[in-house]
Ligand binder design. Structure first.
Ligand SMILES: C[S@@+](CC[C@H](N)C(=O)[O-])C[C@H]1O[C@@H](n2cnc3c(N)ncnc32)[C@H](O)[C@@H]1O
Length: 284
């Protein structure tokens, strides 16, 4: 049964989706309290930081093979789902989200901007916790981008991972791009050296994952293929260096459009500091 907190989280995402239909470009302004932004191009419900989002998409796309059937859970407004479809020509995708308002946005985004993808992409409204009632060992790949962290306890998160396993084919892969408490702690240790305020692990509606919990959970269920810290250099530069040296020192409001964000996203990647990380897991 859905708890009060789960209902509140669902309402929050419905509201974000409705706001997303309005023009609110000012929300591109950097606000460390909220990583999500909304704009007139229909990119709300996803990351405010478009360079970070691009790094995510590039890394997810690298893990998907020609001809695969992909389930994108918690697809939000479908921005990333449609990007996967654009970049992976022979792949079919199903995007699901429990917010019907998000799904409405995803469907309009596809029909308005990418009508050529309609034959390969579908969007449906479902809860991750009810996946196995709908599908059975159907997908080659499941992608989860900052979705499981919206379930308010590790117990529910494990339930979601069990549901995902049931809908994956044997040998199918889960690309789990979620918030990592361990990575936040590493980034905070660097911030502490520079006497900066600690970063929180997500927003009020997020519970970030612990690497050790996840590694214990997957035993006998999934094989760990790889861990990817896709935005490690990027986070050190934008969330530490830039934040320390530039941000807040001028009256001007800074946005994620500043050149440094684009430049940082093009540097070689090193370290384990990105607070969103990717686990690629294979169903046993
Ligand atoms: C942070 S957004 C990420 C959206 C998209 N994956 C992206 O990367 O742009 C999280 C999304 O997960 C959805 N979500 C949260 N809990 C869910 C659940 N239990 N079942 C399905 N979708 C869920 C929310 O409605 C929201 O659209």
């Amino acid at each position: 049964m859905e708890s009060e907190l789960q209902k509140k989280i669902k309402d929050y995402w419905d509201q974000q989706a409705v706001l997303n239909r309005e023009k609110t470009d000012s929300l591109k302004v950097i606000d460390w309290e909220s990583d999500y932004f909304i704009d007139s191009k229909g990119q709300g419900g996803t990351l405010k930081d478009s360079n970070l989002r691009e790094l995510e998409i590039q890394n997810v796309v690298r893990e998907i093979r020609k001809g695969e059937y992909v389930l994108d859970i918690g697809c939000g407004n479908g921005y990333s789902t449609l990007e996967y479809a654009k970049r992976l020509k022979d792949v079919r995708l199903l995007g699901i989200d429990f917010s019907k308002e998000m799904i409405k946005n995803a469907i309009s985004l596809m029909h308005d901007d990418y009508p050529q993808l309609v034959s390969r992409v579908r969007f449906e409204c479902h809860d991750i916790l009810e996946l196995s009632a709908l599908y059975e060992e159907e997908f080659d790949v499941v992608c989860s981008t900052r979705v499981v962290i919206n379930l308010p306890s590790w117990q529910l998160q494990q339930q979601a991972l069990d549901e995902i396993r049931k809908v994956l084919k044997r040998g199918g892969r889960l690309i789990l791009l979620e918030g990592s408490v361990d990575a936040v702690e590493r980034l905070n240790a660097v911030r502490a050296k520079l006497k900066m305020k600690m970063d929180r692990a997500g927003n009020w509606h997020n519970v970030f994952l612990r690497d050790e919990d996840l590694k214990n959970y997957i035993r006998g269920k999934y094989k760990l293929i790889k861990e990817i810290y896709h935005a490690s250099t990027y986070m050190l530069i934008t969330r530490v260096l830039y934040h320390k040296v530039i941000l807040g020192k001028f009256i001007k409001q800074f946005t994620y459009d500043e050149e440094i964000f684009d430049a940082a996203s093009k540097l070689p990647n090193f370290g384990e500091y990105g607070y969103h990380k990717i686990f690629v897991l294979q169903k046993i």
